[in-house]
Each structure stands twice: as structure tokens, then as C-alpha cells.
Design a protein around this ligand. Structure first.
Ligand SMILES: Cc1cc2nc3c(=O)[nH]c(=O)nc-3n(C[C@H](O)[C@H](O)[C@H](O)COP(=O)(O)OP(=O)(O)OC[C@H]3O[C@@H](n4cnc5c(N)ncnc54)[C@H](O)[C@@H]3O)c2cc1C
Length: 324
């Protein structure tokens, strides 16, 4: 069934974020011949229209007003509402980002509709739209349907595939009004200090847990990540290891840490508690190394090695170095 979809895009340093392209891919599949609209706000928005058309947008509604550069609920909400008034859409897709977490529920409330957050799967069925997210710390999946419109869905990064770029694609560009006076003032902004590849962006995440026995255990985990390549792999940690002070809290994976969905997640000496799995169950492939064959992590792992990490990981590093 053809339907129009609205994607709320985001810019990073003036460029369309990879997650926005993923949402455009999802929107194109859901639109089924309907229009894919994209709203883009902030410096350089209009300049990204060509990239957006290549990624699947049919119409880009944009404002280059720098007042949109930093997310403010009142500015963005008004702009997205104005977009919906011009480009009525049955479904609104927003990334499960800092923007989406705030904007999704606000928008649904303002339009008298409903929101499903942090979804991993969104599909059109004969009975209507279905949005699925993980629940109970990754131990179950919850599927939502909507009986109000527009259906607002926030979608987890890397859970959707972008379309193959449509070279030379073109579409319609519509100028949105500048942001008006803000009701909020941003008094400061502090970037978290974290060097190198971020665990949320890395295609490979190698994480260590309390079973490493000591902070020194993380050196071998870092060596394993380095063997994959420092441009590909980042190091994560379970909360137990962070709480012990063995690794920085910025690297914690899980319910109260970061959510990662890499192509490959290697869990070294991690038991696989539900709160940890909530942060990594969206990984494409999980490999577990644990000396307890009954460890919960093996239930989620595609490949498992039962053994002492001190013996297993150095062998793994050797094998990877030979292969790569
Ligand atoms: C509200 C709440 C929120 C939470 N949020 C998070 C979160 O965000 N992230 C998170 O990770 N946890 C979180 N937790 C904690 C979670 O419940 C677990 O306690 C934690 O994940 C356990 O960490 P672990 O697997 O490293 O340690 P353990 O559970 O102690 O497991 C260590 C594992 O290492 C194995 N092992 C031991 N020695 C070796 C060896 N030499 N070689 C190989 N394997 C070995 C053991 O067999 C065991 O399976 C949360 C808990 C609560 C209540």
C-alpha cells in the first residue's frame, strides 16, 4: 500500500548522518511507491539535498538556519510540525538519538498520536504498521501497532539498511521557515573526552568483563581489538568491570551504558546478564569466550569458545593476524 513517510534527518558537521541514510532506506521500503519526505534542519541542510535524493528522499524540506544546529525541543518540534502540515505523512521515522528520544514522544503527543521507541524492525503488514523493539533487557521482543496517525517511530542506529545510492537522482526541495525565538537557552556544551573510534560507530566491538580478573586483563582485550584494526574495532566493557574501575564508564555496554549494533561483537569473560545483552543483542554476530559452558552469553552467541581467556585470546590474536 503506497503511503507517504516523513524522515527527520540529522546533520553531523553539515553532512547527512549515516543513520539518516538508513532511515531513508527504511522509508523507501515502507512508502511502497508513496513519497519519502525528509526534513533537515541546520547549517548546510539545503546543500545536503543531492545526498538525500541519492539516499532515497523524494522531497527535502530544509532550513539552513544555524539556530537549528543545536537541538532545542521547541525549535525542532515546531519545524517538524510545519513539515507535517505541508507534507502529510502516515509514518514519521526519527533516529533513536538524543534528538529522537526527546522529539519522538513530544511530536506524538502534539499530533494526538503514539510513539514506539528504539525499534529494531518496522514493517508494513496487511493489518497495518508493526514496529518491534527489544524488551525486558533483550529477553523478549515487543511488537506495536498503531490506531492513530501519524505513527511516530524512533529507530535504533544500524538496524536498517540504506538503499544502494541512486546516482544523479533528483527531487523537490522546499524551504522551511527559520526558527523563531527560543524558549530555552543553551548555556554550555561539553564534549565527552573519548579518543579514537567510538563503540557505537565501530563495526567490531570487543568487550571485556569481570572474568578478566584484573584491569590488566583489558590489555589482552585491547590487543584483540587492535588485531582487527584500530579503524575497525573498539573496546567495550561490562558494567561490573567499569564499576570495579577497570575500564572507563564511557565504554560500558548495556542497559545503563551504550547500545551497540556492530557487525561483530566479541564478549570476553562476560556472563551475558540481561542488562548487558540489552546493549549488544542487536549485534549481527556475537562471539563469546567464557570458561563456563553454562554462561548465559552462549545463548545469544553465534560462535562460542569455552575456555580460559588467557589461553584463548592470544591464540585468536595470532590467527587473526595470519588471516588479515
Ligand atoms: C539496573 C541495572 C542496570 C545494569 N546495567 C548494566 C549495563 O548497562 N551493562 C552491564 O554489563 N551490566 C549491567 N548491569 C549488571 C549486570 O546485571 C551484571 O551484573 C553484569 O553485566 C555482570 O558483568 P560481567 O559479565 O562482566 O561479570 P560476571 O557476571 O561476574 O561474569 C564474569 C564471567 O566471566 C567468566 N570468566 C571468569 N573467569 C574467566 C576466564 N579466566 N576466562 C574466561 N571466562 C571467565 C565467568 O564464567 C562469568 O561468566 C546492570 C544491573 C542492574 C541491576
Amino acid at each position: 500500500m503506497a503511503q507517504d513517510i516523513l524522515v527527520v534527518g540529522e546533520l553531523a558537521e553539515g553532512a547527512l548522518t549515516p543513520t539518516s541514510a538508513e532511515l531513508l532506506g527504511l522509508a523507501t521500503r515502507l512508502a511502497d511507491g508513496g513519497k519519502t519526505n525528509l526534513v533537515l534542519l541546520g547549517s548546510g541542510a539545503t546543500g545536503q539535498a543531492a545526498q538525500a535524493f541519492a539516499a532515497g528522499a523524494d522531497r527535502v524540506l530544509a532550513s539552513d538556519d544555524a539556530a537549528y544546529d543545536q537541538y532545542r525541543s521547541d525549535h525542532w518540534l515546531a519545524a517538524v510540525e510545519a513539515t507535517l502540515d505541508q507534507a502529510s505523512s502516515a509514518v514519521v521515522l526519527i533516529a533513536q538519538s538524543m534528538v529522537g528520544r526527546d522529539l519522538g514522544p513530544r511530536l506524538a503527543f502534539r499530533r494526538g498520536s503514539a510513539v514506539a521507541t528504539d525499534c529494531l524492525r518496522v514493517e508494513q503488514t496487511p493489518e497495518g504498521l508493526r514496529a518491534t523493539r527489544s524488551a525486558y533487557g533483550g529477553n523478549a521482543q515487543a511488537t506495536y501497532s498503531f490506531n492513530t496517525s501519524p505513527a511516530v517511530v524512533t529507530v535504533r542506529a544500524k538496524s536498517q539498511d540504506p538503499i544502494a545510492p541512486r546516482a544523479g537522482a533528483s527531487g523537490e526541495t522546499v524551504a522551511l521557515p527559520n526558527a523563531g525565538a527560543a524558549r530555552t537557552e543553551i548555556v554550555g556544551r561539553e564534549a565527552a573526552v573519548s579518543e579514537g573510534l567510538q563503540i557505537q560507530d565501530a563495526p567490531i566491538v570487543v568487550s571485556g568483563g569481570r572474568g578478566l580478573g584484573a584491569p590488566e586483563g583489558f590489555r589482552v582485550v585491547e590487543e584483540l581489538a587492535a588485531a582487527f584494526g584500530s579503524d575497525k574495532a573498539a573496546v567495550g566493557s561490562s558494567r561490573a568491570a567499569c564499576d570495579l574501575g577497570w575500564y572507563p564508564p564511557s565504554q560500558q555496554v548495556g542497559l545503563t551504558g551504550k547500545v551497540v549494533s556492530p557487525d561483530l561483537y566479541v564478549a570476553v569473560a562476560i556472563s551475558g546478564a540481561s542488562q548487558h545483552m540489552a546493549g549488544c543483542s542487536g549485534s549481527k554476530t556475537i562471539v563469546a569466550i567464557n570458561r563456563d559452558r553454562e554462561a548465559n552469553i552462549f545463548k545469544a552467541a553465534r560462535f562460542g569458545i569455552v575456555g580460559d581467556y588467557k589461553a584463548v585470546v592470544p591464540e585468536l590474536i595470532k590467527a587473526i593476524k595470519e588471516l588479515l
